[in-house]
Design a protein around this ligand. Structure first.
Ligand code: CO
Length: 493
C-alpha cells in the first residue's frame, strides 16, 4: 500500500480536554431536554440509541482501555420538536456482580487486569460480556451488542435490561453475535422488505464464520457456517445484495501473555505487515464457493459500504497501516497520538473473475465511524459521512464531520470546535425525501468547555452552516462507540 504523508501540523486540541471525556458517568438520568439552541426539525421523529463504555473504572480501579468499560445505553427520543433523554447501564451479570462486590472481579479483553498482579489474573479466562459496542432495534427488540457473546435485550422505553437474548433459539449460550449487523434495505429473501444480516466468529488456528439473516419480525430467514484457514479478527463486514465480504487482517495471536495474566487477549494480537490482508467473499444465499482475494497489508476495523457493479465488488474501508494499539503507553489516557497510525478511507476494487484487487485512498485525513444513507447500504452510493480529525494529516482525536461526495470528490466539513470531540455520525433520511443526502446528521459530541455532551442535528445538505439544533445535556456521556436511529419509536410514555 502506498505511503501517504504522515507528518502533521500540530493538532489543535488539548490532551486534558480530550481526557476529560473519559470520566465515568455513574448516574442514570431520565428527563426532557430543556436547553435547545435552534429548532429541532418538525419532521424528525424517532429515537437515537447509542452504546459505549459508561464506566471507565470499577470502584476506583481504572480500566486499561475504554473498550473494557461497562456498556451504557443512551436514548434520545425526538418528536414534535421536543426531545427526551435517558441513559442506563446494561445489567450484565459481570456489571451486577462487580457493583455488588465493590471491586473488579473480571479481566478485560483489552488489558484491564484484576488487582493482585499475575497471581490473581493468570489462567482466569472467563469473559465478561460487557454489552458495550452497539445497540439496535430490530424485530420489536432492543438489543445491546458485544461481539464475543450473545446480545442483551432491553426495554426500548425504559432501557431496563430484560436479560440475555438467544434470538429465539438461533444462538447457543455464549455464542458470538457481532456488534456490526448490516441492514439490507430490500432483500429477495424477505420479499423485498429490509433484512438484518449479521455474523458470529469463532477464532482459532482456523476460524468459523456463521452468517445469519433475519426478517423484519426478527425471524431467522437463513443461516450458514463456513470454516476459513487461520486466525480471524473480524470486527465488521460489508454486504451487497449477493455477498457478505470480510477482511481477514494479517494478524497472529500469541496467547501466552494472556494466559500468564500479563496482557489482555486483544493485546496479544500482532499485525504481520508482510502478509496480505485477505478479502473473504461469501455468497449470501449460502451456495457457491467462498472466494478469497489478497490485498496489500493493512488493518481494518470498519467498512463504510460495499456495492456491485459490472462484475466487480467495491468496498470502502477504514485502513490502518499498523494495528492501532496503545504502542506501549501505560494506559489509553497516556496514548501518544503521534505514535498510533490514523485511519484512512480506501476504496478496494475486487475483480471476481481475475481474483485481483486495486486500492485507492479516498480520504487521507484521519477518520473513523463512517455512515451512509441506510437506503444505499450494499448499493452504489454517492455520499459518505464520517468523523475526522481537524488537522489534515496525522493522527488526532475526531473533532469534525466530513461529508464526501464520492462522485465529484467534493468535501464539506463541520468542525465542532477546538474543545469539541465528536462521536459516530448517524445519517437519518427525510421521510419521502428523494435526494440521497436529503436528511439529517445526528451527532452526540463532547464539549470539553462545558464538560457536558451535546446532540448536534445537522441538515446534511447544508452542514457547513452548522447544526439546525443543538441539544445541550446538563452532564456528560463518555465517548461512545456505535448506535442507530429508529423511526419506529418516539417519546417514552
Ligand atoms: Co465497531
Amino acid at each position: 500500500m502506498q505511503t501517504l504523508p504522515s507528518s502533521s501540523p500540530a493538532a489543535n486540541f488539548d490532551m486534558d480536554d480530550w481526557r476529560s471525556g473519559y470520566r465515568s458517568q455513574p448516574n442514570e438520568y431520565s428527563y426532557e431536554i430543556e436547553h435547545i439552541d435552534g429548532t429541532i426539525p418538525a419532521e424528525l421523529t424517532g429515537t437515537l440509541f447509542r452504546n459505549g463504555p459508561g464506566l471507565l473504572d470499577v470502584a476506583g480501579h481504572p480500566v486499561h482501555h475504554p473498550f473494557d468499560g461497562d456498556g451504557m445505553i443512551t436514548s434520545i427520543s425526538i418528536a414534535e420538536g421536543k426531545a427526551y433523554f435517558r441513559n442506563r447501564y446494561v445489567r450484565t451479570a459481570g456489571y451486577v456482580k462487580e457493583q455488588a462486590a465493590g471491586k473488579p472481579l473480571y479481566r478485560g479483553v483489552f488489558g484491564t487486569q484484576k488487582p493482585g498482579g499475575i497471581w490473581a489474573n493468570a489462567f482466569d479466562l472467563r469473559l465478561k460480556n460487557i454489552a458495550n459496542t452497539n445497540v439496535i432495534y430490530w424485530g420489536d427488540k432492543l438489543l445491546a451488542l458485544w461481539e464475543a457473546a450473545e446480545p442483551h435485550q432491553l426495554d426500548p422505553n425504559t432501557l431496563e435490561t430484560l436479560g440475555l437474548d438467544y434470538l429465539d433459539g438461533v444462538l447457543k449460550p455464549g455464542e458470538a453475535f457481532s456488534a456490526h449487523p448490516r441492514i439490507d434495505p430490500s432483500s429477495a429473501i424477505t420479499n423485498d422488505q429490509p433484512c438484518l444480516v449479521n455474523f458470529g466468529v469463532k477464532a482459532g488456528l482456523s476460524s468459523t464464520i456463521t452468517l445469519y439473516e433475519f426478517d423484519p419480525k426478527g425471524r431467522l430467514a437463513r443461516t450458514h457456517r463456513h470454516n476459513i484457514p487461520g486466525f480471524a479478527f473480524l470486527h465488521d463486514f460489508a454486504i451487497t445484495p449477493n455477498y457478505c465480504i470480510f477482511f481477514q487482517n494479517p494478524v497472529s495471536f500469541n496467547p501466552i501473555p494472556y494466559l500468564a495474566g500479563v496482557k489482555g487477549a486483544a493485546e496479544c494480537i500482532e499485525l504481520n505487515a508482510k502478509q496480505p490482508t485477505r478479502a473473504i467473499i461469501i455468497p449470501r444465499d449460502g451456495t457457491g464457493p467462498i472466494q478469497t482475494i489478497d490485498l496489500q497489508a493493512c488493518f481494518v476495523f470498519h467498512h463504510a459500504n460495499a456495492f456491485e457493479t459490472d462484475g466487480k465488488l467495491y468496498l470502502d474501508s477504514i485502513c490502518y497501516q499498523d494495528f492501532p494499539d496503545l504502542k506501549g503507553a501505560e494506559n489509553y489516557l497516556e496514548a501518544d497520538f503521534n505514535s498510533i497510525p490514523e485511519g484512512q478511507l480506501w476504496r478496494f476494487e475486487l475483480d471476481l473473475a481475475t481474483q485481483t484487487s486495486q486500492a485507492t485512498c479516498l480520504i487521507e485525513r484521519g477518520c473513523e465511524f463512517p455512515d451512509v444513507n441506510p437506503n444505499h447500504v450494499g448499493r452504489p452510493y454517492r455520499y459518505l459521512y464520517i468523523g475526522v480529525a481537524s488537522c489534515a494529516t496525522g493522527n488526532a482525536p475526531l473533532q469534525a464531520i466530513l461529508k464526501r461526495d464520492l462522485t465529484s470528490g467534493q468535501e464539506e466539513i463541520w468542525h465542532c470546535g477546538p474543545r469539541g470531540f465528536i462521536g459516530e455520525p448517524i445519517f437519518v433520511p427525510r421521510t419521502h425525501g428523494t435526494a440521497e443526502d436529503d436528511g439529517w446528521i445526528l451527532n452526540l459530541f463532547y464539549n470539553a468547555e462545558s464538560r457536558c455532551s451535546e446532540l448536534a442535528i445537522l441538515n446534511a445538505q447544508h452542514m457547513t452552516q452548522g447544526p439546525v439544533a443543538t441539544l445541550k445535556l446538563p452532564h456528560h456521556i463518555p465517548y461512545g462507540l456505535h448506535g442507530n436511529f429508529t423511526q419506529n419509536l418516539v417519546l417514552p410514555q
